[in-house]
Design a protein around this ligand. Structure first.
Ligand code: S3P
Length: 433
């Protein structure tokens, strides 16, 4: 599939974005570990979250889809069944890493694999703590790469673990394993990462407390099924926000977006760059803050993006790099080496594709330096990465002619309706096979 984008149409109106991908994964996983029924509204329809559901079904979880809502019949903390085939996490790092946490507390054998991109992503970061908690794990390349074989245990050891990197997936894997530990699991984070697992477990009634950057969880305490409404994904909204800021004369209202403070770095950075964004009608859905975002076009200036902000804009670097191309002066992104082990090496991919659009960009080991200037229309490619595909489509809206994005079917991973939503707001985007 290719996307063909032409500039010069302003964006106007209101829209919604898909249910948050991170929260959807957690609602399904935690709901499966609960007693009784969990009902989830606005579950992400992206391919990544479907993988989580398929893996849970393969582990014996009954899942029904009725009128846009999802019903999960929980199996309790350790009532899952041994799968009779490989579990396939597809492109989804979150599915693989969080599921390994859940499987640590299941007294059976499973093998989990993924697509070629996921089979290149580092898993030692979750294998190390989960082995300390009692799982037997074997993986390719000296226990670092998928496929991964895991044999869980009824007797998960509680650990005290200092996270070596600010990763929500590692933190969440330990906490899900800790749900089956006899005693207290403690996770210490040096820089906070997204906290949806903590909020979801608390909402389900788990004995989890947070003080400063220390998370404590008492294991072996059953949790009860809940009713959940998933907020819109701010990481999907980010593409629309940037498009509205960048295309002159635009004004867009994005409704029901999750504004968890561990995720709102995109609003902070765009505002630092000079964007006009209003956060309206703040409310809370199952322990997660939600609001409507009003975004208007503005002239931007270059900024510095680095720690401690980085974990809060981790997934938004591709679209911020595009915003930087339209800013006056230079934007310097640092402390972002983690982007090299995402769905693709995003630093390398951004440098390569933005150069095709005549951007002056320097690749550093941990970031990028981008100089603002007029984007040239070009034929670019997504590198099989959904966030690259959508960021480049937004770049096409401010280029000087028709931009073609190759290999764009990957937008299905998180935002299958992206072209339709953009078209409804007035953008000129065509999908061709
Ligand atoms: C996610 C955590 C982040 C993020 C990913 C989703 C999650 O990854 O980049 O898209 O849902 O926990 P890391 O935990 O590897 O930083």
């Amino acid at each position: 599939m290719i996307l063909c984008v032409t500039p010069d149409k302003k964006l106007n109106g209101s829209c919604c974005v898909p249910g948050d991908k991170s929260i959807s994964h957690r609602a399904a996983l935690v709901g499966s570990m609960a007693e009784g029924k969990t009902v989830i509204h606005n579950f992400s329809r992206g391919a990544d979250c479907c993988r989580t559901l398929q893996c849970l079904e393969a582990l014996g979880v009954e899942i029904q889809q009725e009128n846009g809502k999802l019903c999960i019949l929980g199996r309790g903390l350790n009532g899952f069944c041994e799968p009779d085939d490989l579990l396939d996490a597809g492109n989804s790092g979150t599915t693989m890493r969080l599921l390994l946490g859940l499987l640590t507390g299941q007294d059976f054998f499973s093998i989990i694999t993924g697509d070629p991109s996921l089979r290149r992503r580092p898993m030692g970061r979750v294998i190390d703590p989960l082995v300390k908690m009692g799982a037997e794990i074997r993986a390719r390349c000296d226990n670092t790469l998928p496929p991964i074989c895991i044999r869980g245990t009824k007797d998960v050891h509680p650990v005290e673990y200092i996270l070596p990197i600010p990763s929500a997936q590692v933190k969440s894997a330990i906490l899900l394993a800790g749900m089956n530990a006899k005693g207290q699991t403690t996770v210490i984070q040096q820089l906070p990462s997204r906290d949806h697992t903590e909020r979801m477990l608390q909402y389900f009634g788990a004995a989890l407390t947070i003080k400063d950057n220390i998370i404590c969880l008492q294991g072996k305490r059953p949790i009860e099924g809940q009713l959940i409404q998933i907020p819109g994904d701010i990481s999907s909204a980010a593409f629309i926000m940037a498009a509205a800021v960048l295309v002159p004369g635009s004004q867009v209202l994005i409704k029901d977006v999750g504004i968890n403070p561990t995720r709102t770095g995109i609003i902070d950075v765009l505002r630092m760059m000079g964007a006009e964004i209003d956060v309206l009608d703040q409310r809370s859905w199952n322990g997660e803050p939600v609001a409507d975002l009003m975004v208007r076009s503005s002239q931007l200036k270059g900024v510095e993006i680095k720690n401690p902000l980085l974990p809060r804009v981790l997934d938004e670097i591709p679209i911020l790099a595009v915003a930087a191309t339209a800013a006056e002066g230079e934007t310097v992104i640092s402390d972002a080496a983690e982007l090299r082990v995402k769905e693709t090496d995003r630093l390398k991919a951004l440098a390569s594709e933005l150069r095709k659009m005549s951007v002056e960009v320097k690749e550093k080991s941990d970031g990028l330096i981008i100089k603002g200037g007029q984007l040239r229309a070009a034929r670019v490619k997504s590198w099989g990465d959904h966030r690259m595909a959508m960021a480049l489509a937004v770049a096409g809206l401010i280029a000087d002619g028709e931009t073609i994005i190759e290999d764009a079917a990957c937008i299905d991973i998180s935002f299958p309706d992206f072209p339709d939503v953009m078209k409804a707001l007035g953008a000129s985007i065509r999908v061709e096979s």
